[in-house]
Design a protein around this ligand. Structure first.
Ligand code: OFO
Length: 168
């Protein structure tokens, strides 16, 4: 059985994972529209992954005797200045999610909910992985500057498939 505090913070994470999915969907659509098929595919796959994370939180809350809540989600930004800004935004968002997962783990320790703390370890590992994969993209973008977007767009999917958690 989940404590009220743990149930609340897990439900807040349902909302954050849902927003992550919408955010990456908006970015994917923007990139597709701008003529970047590889980048948009990477982002659509990321959006799917985030939707799955949201579902994992929903099922966990319900399986542990809580009640998962689906709230209205805020609208993500629809426009980006360029690819680099977009991936900087992806990194900031992933860092925000990592901090949020850490907060949940901290609360679980306070509440002595070691079952949930243990279940969350997959998300702790996932965030290390995601931040590293976005950092690799930012490093590549820094290397090529504003040129060679064609090559970057072609290569980004191979960077994704190097990830064990890849949805591709
Ligand atoms: Fe970044 O993995 Fe969910 O949000």
């Amino acid at each position: 059985m989940l404590s009220t505090k743990v149930e609340e913070i897990l439900n807040a994470q349902v909302e954050k994972e849902g927003y992550s999915s919408l955010l990456y969907l908006a970015m994917a659509s923007w990139a597709e529209n701008k003529g970047y098929p590889g980048i948009s595919k990477w982002l659509y796959a990321q959006a799917d992954e985030e939707k799955n994370h949201m579902l994992e939180f929903i099922h966990y809350i319900n399986d542990r005797g809580g009640k998962a809540l689906i709230s209205g989600l805020k609208k993500p930004p629809q426009n980006y200045q360029g690819i680099k800004q977009l991936f900087n935004d992806v990194m900031s968002h992933e860092q925000f999610i990592s901090a949020s997962i850490n907060d949940i783990v901290g609360l679980c320790v306070e509440e002595r909910d070691f079952t949930t703390q243990n279940w969350l370890q997959a998300f702790v590992a996932e965030q290390i992985e995601e931040e590293a994969s976005v950092q690799a993209i930012l490093d590549r973008l820094n290397m090529i500057g504003d040129n060679n977007m064609y090559m970057f767009d072609r290569d980004i999917l191979s960077m994704r498939s190097a990830s064990p958690d890849s949805a591709e």
